[in-house]
Design a protein. Structure first.
Length: 311
């Protein structure tokens, strides 16, 4: 995930294609682009919604559009990562978050809570069950998916905004090669908070506090506080028995996100009695040939088992 990863993403995460909304009437899906799910600092947060044209199953899948915590609309790939879901009748929500280098991971996590709340609060409009929502992503998108799985929040019943009154939790997670513990990255005690292996991704880890006195954001430099934030943004520290069923697919030759990250996450989930599975791709690095085809079927099968057949 060197910062150049944002340029590698067309291979790793997405290649922009034309959506189905403007295609022929017999297109397999419709695409609603740039749905605004929230705003911050005068900036709109958006998602694209893909709805199958027939045999919709009433279940929503959130695809986190993120690589190296970089997110952009031209990374949305309708017929690549979404094809398998749409063919099975899932409604897909391709969520863009506030992107690095402008926004940090703690800020990005708040965007994801907002996105899930928006989707759930509009479930009737999208003809999905608000209690059957899955989430997926790759690399940073996988990290954000896991965080939503283990650290989703209940709504605030007294909030003035009705969207904020509903939960941001998900009912199933399935993702590719995600970071899970930035404080023990590849080996015990190895700090990757924009350092070491992730030194090329400094911006997402440039945590800031708002100084009410100076009315400005101040960089967090205190090491203890940085470690505390690192723990808060690492999924492995949030696992409880309430976590949803979770699948991770990871290559054992990944040098960017060591497979150890998946192993410790799955072990923690199982320790808490959560249904969890790790699929190891022998010789697989950070992405491998054919992962959008065969391996997306594995992801979709996981959602079938844990969402489609859920009573």
């Amino acid at each position: 995930m060197k910062f150049a990863f944002s340029r590698i993403l067309p291979f790793v995460l997405a290649m922009a294609v034309t959506g189905g909304a403007s295609a022929a009437d017999d297109a397999p899906f419709t695409r609603q682009q740039d749905v605004i799910y929230g705003r911050k600092f005068g900036v709109a947060l958006t998602m694209d919604v893909f709805t199958p044209s027939k045999n919709a199953n009433g279940i929503g899948i959130v695809n986190v559009i993120s690589g190296g915590w970089f997110s952009a609309h031209d990374m949305v790939n309708a017929l690549g990562l979404h094809r398998e879901f749409l063919e099975r009748g899932y409604t897909v929500f391709a969520v863009m978050h506030g992107s690095q280098p402008k926004f940090t991971i703690p800020e990005i996590l708040e965007d994801m809570h907002r996105a899930l709340r928006f989707i759930r609060s509009h479930a009737r409009d999208y003809h999905i069950d608000p209690e059957r929502i899955g989430i997926t992503g790759a690399s940073a998108g996988g990290h954000l998916s896991l965080m939503q799985g283990v650290a989703g929040k209940e709504g605030n019943p007294t909030a003035g905004d009705p969207v904020e009154r509903v939960s941001s939790r998900v009912q199933a997670v399935a993702c590719f090669f995600p970071p899970t513990d930035f404080l023990n990255y590849g080996e015990p005690g190895k700090d990757a908070l924009g350092r070491g292996t992730l030194a090329g991704f400094k911006a997402p880890f440039d945590f800031q506090d708002f100084d009410a006195r100076t009315k400005s954001f101040v960089l967090v430099t205190d090491e203890k506080k940085r470690v505390d934030i690192g723990r808060r943004i690492s999924p492995v520290y949030h696992v409880t028995k309430a976590a949803p069923p979770t699948l991770i697919i990871h290559g054992d030759a990944d040098k960017l996100v060591p497979i150890q990250q998946a192993e410790i996450m799955i072990a923690k989930l199982k320790e808490c009695g959560v249904p969890a599975e790790l699929v190891v791709k022998k010789g697989g690095s950070h992405g491998w040939p054919g992962w959008r085809d065969k391996d997306m079927k594995t992801i979709a099968d996981w959602f079938d088992r844990n969402l489609l057949k859920k009573n």
